[in-house]
Design a protein around this ligand. Sequence first.
Ligand SMILES: *Cc1c(COP(=O)(O)O)cnc(C)c1O
Length: 388
Amino acid sequence: MRQEHLQIPMIDLKRTHKPIESDLQSAFNRVLGNNSYILGKEVEALEKKCADYLNVKYAIGTSSGSDSLLLALMALDIKPGDEVICPTYTFFATAGAISRLGAIPVFVDIDPQSYNLSLKGVKKAITKKTKAIIPVHLFGQCADMTPLLELGKKKKIAIIEDAAQAFGAKSPGEMAGSMGDFGCFSFFPSKNLGGFGDGGLLTTQDPELYERAKILRAHGAKPKYYHHLIGGNFRLDALQAALLAVKLPMVNNYAFKRQQIAKAYTSHLLESDLATLKGQENGKPINLPVQVQEDSFHVWNQYVIQLTEADKRASLQEYLKQRGVATAIYYPLPLHWQTCFSDLGYKKGDLPVAELASQTTLALPIFPEMTEAECAYVAEHIQQFFYS
Ligand SMILES: *Cc1c(COP(=O)(O)O)cnc(C)c1O
């Protein structure tokens, strides 16, 4: 059977933006006429809308997800020599923010089913110097927050949610970013609520932390030119805020569509008899991602499969590329193996679940406008690779 050759990118922002083009244009024109391009009423309006949607008391627009993390740690007064626990299997920014303050990232392994921070690992890593824990809601699924929040409360350790990939996600009953001392979001274009450049959001329920973070966002000044703290320039642009406000009402709908694509991938690949769901591994070549906690809301920023044989990954990736299907590896090197952290003394085998994941996972294209036919095309070529 000869198939039509499709080109399927990881994400297709042009398709996402086409139906809202005129609304984006008018938001752009509004800012153009405002004479105010940084913070201001556009940013305040977005902060208010995001706070309502995310069910938090306070939201602060920032320059990026990375800067949201840095700002959270600064507001919590994390100092040189303090220890901050985070997963080793995440985007670099989670740990980079810790190191930039002279604090020590303490890397912990992940849960094999969810790819999120392992609670057992966290418990073992806590010392007298532990000041904060950063669970990451990886790929759009919340980490198991209830025991972490209890632990944080009991031991007086701050919890910072890295919710960069999880705008709109829910832990049973609670919105991502509303549970910890801080929630850190990114508006990087490929995130579930993506802007048109860099941007981010910091959320909190605590009025004092909010006040500190807000001051730190603009060089620690209040009022302007009177500096109480040493902050930085972590501000969001009015233009980003105005454009993001156009996309915000769509974010649940985007998540539902992503869920449908995830469901379609899962049923195609299960039908092919090549795959099993994660948590039920039985030697089949592919393990499929699952929503681990019932009553949660997984927003599927990524659909990540795991191969049983590591040496198949590069050839599968190449096979799909030849057939027009983009894939990506999140993440090829766990953080405890990164050169920049070599002086922390981690060795091969220290965090085995993450090490294996870094060698065997592959992210497939997923975006709200992806069609059922495109989904079937990807699944079919994965099948052909294994049967050929
Ligand atoms: C994208 C991302 C960040 C950083 O966000 P930027 O806006 O790109 O700075 C941090 N943590 C995780 C888990 C991310 O995926």
